[in-house]
Design a protein around this ligand. Structure first.
Ligand code: FAD
Length: 408
């Protein structure tokens, strides 16, 4: 029986294990996770769990008995520390060695550290359940002064959740506006402006175009940050949301090609001759196809890519392989205040944006993105039908003008 070892017991790892069983894989499946928790969902960590409006258990994706029912052996609280592709073994941090026939790398990403704000009391990041617990502990019975550094999707969402919970929140971002990367601010500054005004109207103090020059410390504890322009922002705690780095340290010296992620082909098979039967899925996978490469850090992509890898492990013949999803058809959402932001497609590809339906009073909007006249993405808040409905126009030759006319 073929033993599939999945390293990383997050969303991609779990979905891969489930899909292997769904596809009829009868051999042993081991799910190895560095965290001591059952596999859980991350989106609630910056939403209801951070707000304290939902118990932590609501994020759990599968119980122990579900997993044993599936015949999946979960090894939790155990980190992979090395890979020997010739011997087909993974070495664990505790010295144990696990042999595999097929290996799936699903170790996700970790928060990118900010050199100006090194670890000290009061400085937090938010990736894991333990991180969310630590932030909640630091908030105590509040209200607290919180500085959120980074106004990407995670930073904006964290700022919105903490502000809604009654904390005094400042948002600091070197880019000119929020979600600058996610919404391609260079092309869609107006869409970013709409989001900026949501935050400002709800009382978040925003500081765009400014970075953190230095922490303001009180012994071992941070008590604020000093911005590039000399502004001092006092803080009881600082949450750094400055992007993420693929968790690939354990693969150093393994022969697995690493360059901002694990390099794999369009089917998730790790590239190069040195890693036979090694696959990658989820946030850690950098997919190479058609002369370009991409890595997607969204919930939907994690599940879809993991299911594709499971199908490919089970595929009897290479022509039956399933491709990993591409950014052209990506989907993600973010809940900020009472608005659900949704994005389909690839705003990064756009050179033109039409703000189709801005509603200044409610903050609802629909932004439609084009590249050389072709429709490539839609983003919206409070526009579920239009954003989701725009998905059907992606990936083809539909013109931006056509899609704008369709929704206006
Ligand atoms: P992860 O979920 O990170 O899982 C990887 C697992 O591997 C981790 O548990 C890690 O501990 C483990 N691991 C790492 N190294 C090792 C090792 N050496 N040995 C063993 N185990 C290891 N996406 C959306 O589309 N919408 C949202 O609203 C949204 N909200 C989010 C909110 C937060 C706070 C966060 C952090 C992410 C959010 N995301 C959201 C992104 C989404 O959660 C991720 O895309 C998804 O979790 C990726 O799944 P993954 O399995 O690839 O990685």
């Amino acid at each position: 029986h073929v033993h599939v070892l999945i390293v990383g017991a997050g969303l991609a790892g779990l979905r891969c294990a489930e899909a292997l069983r769904g596809a009829g894989h009868a051999g042993p499946v081991t799910l190895l996770g560095a965290e001591r928790h059952l596999p859980y969902d991350r989106p609630p960590l910056s939403k209801a769990i951070l707000a304290g409006t939902a118990p932590e258990e609501t994020a759990t994706l599968r119980s122990s008995s579900d997993l044993s029912g599936l015949g999946v052996q979960l090894c939790r609280g155990r980190a992979a520390a090395g890979l020997d592709t010739a011997a087909r073994t993974v070495k664990l941090a505790d010295g144990d060695v696990i042999a595999y026939d097929r290996l799936v790398i699903a170790t996700g990403v970790a928060p990118r550290p900010l050199p100006a704000l090194t670890a000290r009391a009061g400085v937090h990041t938010l990736r894991t359940l333990d991180d969310a617990r630590a932030i909640r502990r630091a908030l105590g019975y509040g209200p607290r002064r919180v500085v959120v550094v980074g106004a990407g999707v995670l930073g904006c969402e964290t700022a919105a959740t903490l502000r809604t919970a009654g904390h005094d929140v400042s948002l600091v971002e070197p880019a000119p506006g929020p979600l600058w990367q996610a919404l391609n601010g260079a092309a869609s500054a107006t869409a970013c402006d709409v989001i900026r005004s949501w935050h400002e109207r709800r009382g978040v103090a925003t500081h765009f175009g400014l970075g953190v020059a230095a922490p303001l410390n009180d012994g071992d504890r941070v008590r604020g940050v000093l911005l590039d322009d000399g502004t001092e922002l006092p803080a009881d705690l600082v949450v750094v949301a400055a992007g993420s780095l693929p968790q690939t340290d354990w693969l150093r010296d393994s022969g697995v090609p690493l360059a901002d992620g694990v390099a794999c082909d369009r089917f998730g098979a790790v590239l190069g001759p040195d890693a036979p039967d090694v696959w990658a899925a989820g946030d850690v996978a950098r997919v190479h196809r058609d002369g370009r490469s991409f890595r997607v850090e969204h919930w939907t992509h994690a599940g879809d890519s993991a299911r594709a890898v499971a199908a490919n492990i089970c595929a009897a013949a290479s022509h039956e392989r399933t491709e990993l999803p591409t950014p052209e058809l990506a989907y993600f959402w973010s809940d900020q205040f009472d608005l659900k932001l949704q994005v389909v497609g690839d705003p990064a590809a756009a050179d033109e944006v039409v703000l189709a339906a801005p509603e200044a009073d409610t903050g609802r909007f629909l932004a439609l993105f084009g590249a050389r006249g072709r429709f490539v993405a839609a983003a919206g808040a409070g526009k579920v039908r239009a954003v989701i409905g725009s998905r059907q126009f992606l990936g083809g030759d539909r013109s931006l003008a056509d899609v704008v006319a369709h929704w206006t």
